[in-house]
Ligand binder design. Structure first.
Ligand code: SAM
Length: 280
């Protein structure tokens, strides 16, 4: 019932939503035009209260006169929720099964490449570097690896590059020793140790551009595609397919999936636990 009401509201305000997203693109070059209208609807509605407006048409007039509000909306649309080792069981699968195999296949041959797309403030990329270090140590491997972590928001990239987080952000560690081994502490903050920081190249990059990073063994893109229209998701998944190396895998968020047309190119690595990890 609530969904039907919201869908009705989204349909009713479709034109205004499109106008607002077009205006944002024109003024800031942030391209939300192929993001789901439901997300835009919710995020824009939340701004009404702060701008003292009642509807989408008034809000559009407001942002035309107020560039700062335009930027605040951009910030709200770039949903940045993340955490270290988010979805722990999936990390465990990566740690116990997928990554040891890939590292062993590539040992003494080639560098292992991972692209972490939509990395937000970096916790996911650092979790990955920690896991890779642990596997290399556990199996006494000699692999080189390279992690590229990208996001459309420069502010997120700066935060990620700093490697400084609040102490509470380590509440979900899979193993307690990780805290000591990979982080130093400064009052209420924790700082990623240099050895891990230097393993990751953080970069500005938009998934809406058709310009991807080739030859990847693993692409991690979690909880980002979910905000995009089906058409944009399909275009990006095709781009990911073209960038994966032989035996490469794609790791999506729990609520995300590949589309029928790509099923032949991927095999479900772990159907029992329904992990969103696919390999060619
Ligand atoms: C909810 S966070 C996901 C963070 C992390 N992957 C995780 O699952 O914990 C979504 C991230 O996608 C980024 N994003 C949104 N649109 C993007 C685009 N077109 N290109 C690249 N990143 C984008 C946002 O800035 C945000 O940092």
């Amino acid at each position: 019932m609530e969904d039907t009401l919201i869908n009705g509201q989204i349909e009713k305000n479709k034109k205004n939503i499109e106008q607002i997203l077009e205006y944002i693109y024109d003024k800031t070059k942030f391209d939300f035009r192929e993001y789901k209208h439901s997300t835009a609807f919710r995020r824009i509605s939340r701004r009404f209260y702060y701008c003292e407006v009642d509807n989408f048409s008034q809000y559009f007039d407001y942002i035309i006169k107020n560039y700062m509000e335009c930027l605040r909306l951009v910030n709200d649309l770039l949903i940045s929720v993340t955490e270290f080792f988010r979805d722990r069981e999936q990390w465990r699968f990566l740690y116990e099964k997928y990554l040891p195999e890939i590292l062993q296949i590539k040992e003494n041959k080639d560098c292992v490449r991972v692209w972490c797309a939509g990395c937000a403030s970096g916790e996911e990329a650092y979790s990955l570097a920690i896991i890779l270090e642990e596997i290399i140590e556990k199996y006494r491997l000699k692999n080189e690896y390279k992690i590229i972590a990208t996001d459309i928001a420069v502010s997120h990239i700066y935060r990620a590059q700093s490697g400084i987080y609040k102490k509470e952000s380590l509440k979900n560690l899979p193993f307690e020793f990780i805290r000591e081994k990979y982080f130093s502490t400064d009052n209420d903050f924790i700082i990623i140790k240099k050895e891990i920081k230097k393993r990751i190249e953080f970069k500005f990059h938009s998934l809406t551009d058709n310009n991807f990073f080739p030859s990847q063994d693993l692409i991690i893109c979690r909880n980002t595609l979910i905000y995009f229209t089906r058409k944009l998701q399909a275009r990006i998944i095709k781009g990911f397919c073209d960038c994966l190396d032989k035996n490469g895998a794609l790791w999506l968020g729990k609520a995300e999936n590949i589309f029928k047309e790509y099923e032949l190119r991927f095999k479900f690595i772990d159907p029992i636990n329904k992990f969103f990890i696919y390999g060619r």
